[in-house]
Design a protein around this ligand. Sequence first.
Ligand SMILES: [Zn+2]
Length: 303
Amino acid sequence: MDAVSAKLDVGLDVGATKTLGVAITQDGTIVAEVREQTRLGADGVVDTATRVFAALREATGERLQGTVGVGVPGLVDVDLGAVKHAVNLGVDGEWLRLRDLLSHRLDLAVVVENDVNAAALGACALDDAEDIAYISIGTGLAAGLVLGGRLRRGAHGAAGEVGHVSVDPLGAACQCGQRGCLETIASGSALASAWPTPDAPAASALFAAAARGDAAAVVVRDRLCAGVASAARVLSLTVDPVSIYLGGGVAQVGEPLRTGVQQALRDQAAGSPFLTSLDLAGRIRVVPANYPVAAVGAALLGR
Ligand SMILES: [Zn+2]
């Protein structure tokens, strides 16, 4: 057992509400999974990550070695191992050197990556293909790209920022300063302003209401699906991935989201033999419910 256990990889997905940690074997099997409420602020984030790591060590009964991968929201400087503009974590302003702080606490090497990028690696592990796109539909809308089996961040870390492709110059103001970005159409925050509901999760309530025939819900659902489809189309026509995974909070809807986005892609391709021939609808997948895609991807970062 020792020879096998020595090769467990650990990944942490630090979110605004929860920090989720996994230990995985070389073939990607999850052998331990731990989640704890995230304490906000710089010290809180480091403390929480340390606690989750300790719980993983306890659960596996191992001295976990190697490099610990960490996915965090916000702007990440991978070379610096630092994060900023992670407002939901209470980390803003100055760079938080998470890699060095955590490495000191764990006495292990640490690598830090943007959570959407980490999730893209986790999604790629679900697929036989080496070229995939991962669309995160959370509070915002962003994508991660794995091409030739490698994460592509771009020259400025902006690869996959498809949520800020403006599709309507007269559309709603976006937090990025533009108008009519895809994020203002297809995201959790767009949904919350278009269809406020006390029910949680809101996206599931929306899809259920639409399925019951609620006319207003149908309009909002179809607009959301069209926005996600546009993001998938932009990514496909740019890097031509084999599969496009939908993840993030809104994707917890599951199958109804997948079929809705597929229908929108078919509608967008109607009248275009070129788009139809690309079968973008056939490339859409949804990350399985409760699969800790970003934590698994973070674990793969350390390899
Ligand atoms: Zn924008």
